[in-house]
Design a protein around this ligand. Structure first.
Ligand code: ADP
Ligand code: 5GP
Length: 204
C-alpha cells in the first residue's frame, strides 16, 4: 500500500527465459504487490495450474474478451495470445494497491502508452548464450520453439530504451534485491506521495 489514492503499476518484462517468473515469485514472498494473472491461449505446461499461473482459454473466448474490451493490453507471442484482464488491475489500483504485471515487450509498450506513469523494468540475462542455456534447462519448449524465442529475444532488446530500468538477472537473490530497491524508490517519490504532503499541511 502506498499513501497515494491510486496504487503504482510495475511491469516486468524481458526475453522469455530471462528469469522473470522466478524473480517475481521470490519478490512476492516479501513485497506487498498484487500479481495480475494473465489470460492465454497457450496450452498449459504440466506444472501450470489454471487460475494460478494463467487463465487458460481457447482462441474464441480470448477473441470475445478482446471484442468486449476486457484487456488492459494483449499480444500474440509464439503463435499464442496473452493478455492482462483489465478489471482486476483497475480495481486493485483504485484500492491503492500496487500491481505487478509480468508480460512481454509489445504488451509492456501498450501499458506505457495507456499509463505513462507505469514503471517498466526490463529483466535480461548477461548474454544471449545464457538465455539459450536457461530456456534449454527449463525444457518446457521444443527446440524449434526455443529457437523462435531466441530470435524474438534479439528483437525485444531493441525496445529497451522505452523502459525505465534494466536489471541483469545474474544471481536470483541479487536481482530480487535490485527489484526491491526500484520498488522502494518509486514508492518514496514525492509525486507518488501527494497525500502525505496534503495531510501535513492539514488539507485533508
Ligand atoms: P521467464 O519467466 O523469464 O520465461 P523463468 O523464470 O521461467 O523465465 O526462468 C527460465 C529458467 O532459468 C528457469 O529454469 C529458471 O529456473 C532459470 N533461472 C531463472 N533465473 C536464473 C538465474 N538468475 N540464474 C540461473 N538460472 C536462472
Ligand atoms: P510463457 O509461454 O513462457 O508462459 O510466456 C511467454 C511470454 O508471454 C513471456 O514473455 C511472458 O512474460 C509473456 N506474457 C505472459 N502473460 C502476458 C500478458 O498478459 N500479456 C503479454 N503481452 N505478455 C504476457
Amino acid at each position: 500500500m502506498n499513501n497515494n489514492k491510486n496504487g503504482l503499476l510495475f511491469v516486468i518484462s524481458g526475453p522469455s527465459g530471462a528469469g522473470k517468473g522466478t524473480v517475481v515469485n521470490e519478490l512476492l514472498k516479501t513485497e506487498e504487490l498484487e500479481l495480475s494473472i494473465s489470460a492465454t491461449t497457450r496450452k498449459p505446461r504440466p506444472e501450470d495450474r489454471d487460475g494460478i499461473n494463467y487463465f487458460f482459454m481457447d482462441e474464441e473466448k480470448f477473441k470475445g474478451m478482446i471484442e468486449n474490451d476486457q484487456f488492459f493490453e494483449y499480444a500474440m507471442f509464439g503463435g499464442n495470445y496473452y493478455g492482462t484482464p483489465k478489471q482486476y488491475v483497475l480495481d486493485r489500483l483504485s484500492e491503492g494497491k500496487d500491481v505487478i504485471l509480468e508480460i512481454e515487450v509489445q504488451g509492456a509498450l501498450q501499458v506505457k502508452s495507456a499509463v505513462p506513469e507505469a514503471v517498466l523494468i526490463f529483466v535480461m540475462p548477461q548474454t544471449l548464450t545464457e538465455l539459450g542455456s536457461r530456456l534449454k534447462g527449463r525444457a518446457t519448449e521444443s527446440a524449434e520453439q526455443i529457437e523462435k524465442r531466441m530470435e524474438r529475444a534479439a528483437e525485444e532488446v531493441e525496445y529497451i530504451s522505452a523502459y525505465d530500468y534494466i536489471v541483469i538477472n545474474d544471481k536470483v537473490d541479487d536481482t530480487v534485491e535490485k527489484l526491491k530497491a526500484i520498488i522502494s524508490s518509486e514508492r518514496a517519490k514525492a509525486i507518488n506521495n501527494r497525500n502525505i504532503i496534503k495531510k501535513f499541511k492539514g488539507e485533508i
